[in-house]
Write a protein that binds this ligand. Structure first.
Ligand SMILES: Nc1ncnc2c1ncn2[C@@H]1O[C@H](COP(=O)(O)OP(=O)(O)OP(=O)(O)O)[C@@H](O)[C@H]1O
Ligand SMILES: [Mg+2]
Length: 212
């Protein structure tokens, strides 16, 4: 399979939909099937920008809303050289949240327009597949109490969900909505099949640019 790039697979969904659980399981399954696969997540809290974002999310510091939106985007851009290098080496990347979360969360705040929120992420590597883990907020809430991190409240999550639905209307992206209310194994199996398909088909095309 020399020369074939890896696929860029993103998992999105509301809080507690199972993104992290499914991202980990997907990487394991792809590796077991003989693919090179690695896990990424956003925010990537290990970088300087990521540490700032982490303390913002933990409510240990305040950052102005526009400014923090740009920092979340910068936290993705700073990983772009690595993302391109890995994909070029044939490594499939499974990404736990991406620009869609960034846009959905900021645009759920008062006085933020969706288009403004998208601009900083225009041109990021375009995912070959975006899996949206669909789960009613009441069911997601039953998977555990809301934590103490910023944004973890029901009213805000409702607004975030509306924004995700707006973003999913974009036909230029390969969104796949997956019913996340089923067992971890059943959800995993659907995502695994979708991912195997994309590894064999979309990766014959060059990597695209998001929202361009
Ligand atoms: N299909 C499922 N059925 C029941 N419980 C699940 C399922 N998937 C995940 N869980 C549980 O729900 C909780 C949240 O899962 P997980 O951390 O994977 O979600 P997440 O989408 O990454 O959440 P966050 O947005 O907070 O990062 C965990 O306790 C996990 O074990
Ligand atoms: Mg998670």
């Amino acid at each position: 399979m020399a020369g074939r790039r890896g696929a860029l697979i993103v998992l999105e969904g509301v809080d507690r939909a199972g993104k992290s659980t499914q991202s980990r399981k997907l990487v394991e399954a792809l590796r077991a099937a003989g693919h090179c696969a690695e896990l990424l997540r956003f925010p990537e809290r290990s970088t300087e920008i990521g540490k700032l974002l982490s303390s913002y999310l933990e409510k240990k510091r305040e950052v102005e809303d526009h400014s923090v939106h740009l920092l979340f985007s910068a936290n993705r851009w700073e990983q772009v050289p690595l993302i391109k290098e890995k994909l070029g080496q044939g490594v499939t990347l499974v990404v736990d949240r991406y620009a869609f979360s960034g846009v959905a969360f900021t645009s759920a705040k008062e006085n933020f327009h969706l288009d403004w929120c998208k601009q900083p992420d225009v041109g990021l590597p375009k995912p070959d597949l975006v899996v949206f883990l669909q789960l009613q907020l009441a069911v997601a809430a039953a998977r555990g109490e809301f934590g103490r991190e910023r944004y973890e409240n029901r009213a805000f999550q409702e607004r975030v969900l509306q924004r995700f639905h707006q973003l999913m209307r974009d036909p230029a992206l390969n969104w796949k909505v997956v019913d996340a209310s089923r067992s971890i194994e059943d959800v995993h199996e659907e995502i695994r099949v979708l991912s195997e398909d994309i590894i064999w088909t979309a990766t014959q095309q060059p990597l695209g640019e998001l929202w361009k």
